[in-house]
Design a protein. Sequence first.
Length: 417
Amino acid sequence: MRSDLPTDADVVVVGTGAFGLAVAVHLARFGAGRVLALDRFDVGSQTSPRAAGLFKSVQADYLRTRLAALAIEIVRGFEKDMGVPVPYVQSGSLMIARTERHARVIETEIAAARRWGVTCDSITTAELVRLAPYVEPSTVQYAAYVPEDIYIEEPSALLEAYRLAAERLGARVLGHVPATNIVLGDGGVEAVETPYGRVRTETVIDAAGAWVRAVGRMAGIDLAVMPMRHQLAITEALPGTAATHPITRIVDAAVYVRPCRGGLMWGGFESNPLALEPTNHGEQFRIDNLPLDFSVLEGFAQAVRDVVPALADAPIQEHRGGLFTMTPDGRFVAGPVPNVRGLWVLSGCNGSGFSFSPALGRLVAEWIVTGEPSYDLTPFAPSRWPTVWDEATLVQAAIYQYTHYYEPLEAVDGEQS
Ligand SMILES: Cc1cc2nc3c(=O)[nH]c(=O)nc-3n(C[C@H](O)[C@H](O)[C@H](O)COP(=O)(O)OP(=O)(O)OC[C@H]3O[C@@H](n4cnc5c(N)ncnc54)[C@H](O)[C@@H]3O)c2cc1C
C-alpha cells in the first residue's frame, strides 16, 4: 500500500515526462482541483531528461510557430510566474546549408517564419564566423540566424522545475505508481487503477510517452503513434567553446550541434531510424534498456566534418538516446478523445516534445479547465485519422516524418491561419 496515493482526484495525469509534468503544473495553476501525476518509474526519468534541450522558433506552419514562441515566453517567465527558476541560455541559432537546394529550403522557411513573426535573417560568412567560432565556413553556401532561440543545458532542470512548481501549487506527483487500467462507465472515465488501489476520477490525461498507445488501449483506443529511437553525444570540453555560441542546424545533413558542458553536443536524423514499440520488449522495459548505436553519431560527425571539424575526433563524455513518439503527419497528438468522455492525450512529440511542453501543457490544461484552449489545436486532434493504421504503414509514415525533420513537406502550410 502507499499512503500517499489518494482515492479521488479531479485529474490524473499518466506519465511525468515533459508533457505530463507541464500539464500538471498548469492544471494546478488554473485551479483544476486535486491534480495527481503518476509515473511507473522515477518521476521525469525516461525520454525527457535525455533530450538535447533545443527550442526552435522556425517551424513548418503558423500554429507551431506561434506555439514555439509561446513556449519560449513561458520558459523566460517561469521564475516570475511560478517562483521556480529555469536556467536557459539564449544562444540564438543558425541554419546552415551546403547545397543550393538546401539554401532554398532555408530561405523559404525563414521567409514564412518572418511573416509569422519570427526574427530571423540570412547572415554573411563574417557574421557566421563571429557568432559561431566552432563553425568552419568554407563549404557553407547559406546561413541564417535566429536570435530568439534558446536551449536548456541539462533537460532535467526543466523537469525538476515543473515538478517543484506543480507540488508548490498543490499537485501530487508520484513515481513508481503505474496506471494499470482505466475504468470506464456509461458516462466515460470513472477511475485509474494502480497496484496500490483505485483512484476515482473523471479526467485522465495519457502523457505516457513511448507507452502512450499502451495506456490508450486501457481505455479501448488505438493511437497512431510510433516510438522511434533518437541519439546524441556530448564531447569533452573543447578550447574556445562558449555556452553562448549559437545552436547550429546543418540542414543538408539533418544534424544539430550546440555548446554543452564546455564542449559540443551533436545529434541528427538518420535515414534508417529504429522503430521500437516498448511493449514488445516486456513489462520492465525502460529507456535505460534502449540499445544505442554510436556509429550513427560517428556518421553524422563525418558528414559535417568540413563545417564542425571538432566533432570528428573529440573525446566523448556522454552518449545517450531515447524514444520519440512519431505520428504519420509529424504533428502532435493533443486534446480530448471524442468517444471516451474524460480521456485526453498529450503526446506525438515528433522530436519536439521537450520544447513544446511549456506551451502544449498550458493549452491542454486551459482546455480542460475552461472548455477551450486559447489556440485552436484541431490539427493535433487524437481522432484526426479516419481509420486505424496497420502497423507496417504506421512505421513507414513515422520513418518518413523522422527523416524529413529538417525538410517538412508543408513549409508554408497554415499561412492563412
Ligand atoms: C536524444 C534526444 C534528443 C532530443 N532533443 C530534443 C530537443 O532538443 N528539443 C525537443 O523539443 N525535444 C527533443 N527530444 C524529444 C523529447 O525528448 C520528447 O519529445 C519528450 O521528452 C517527450 O516527453 P514525454 O513526456 O512524452 O515522454 P517521457 O519523458 O518518456 O515521459 C513519459 C512518462 O510516462 C511514464 N509512463 C508510461 N507508462 C505509464 C503508466 N502505465 N503509468 C504511469 N506512467 C507511465 C513513463 O515512465 C515516462 O516517465 C529529444 C529526444 C531525444 C531522445
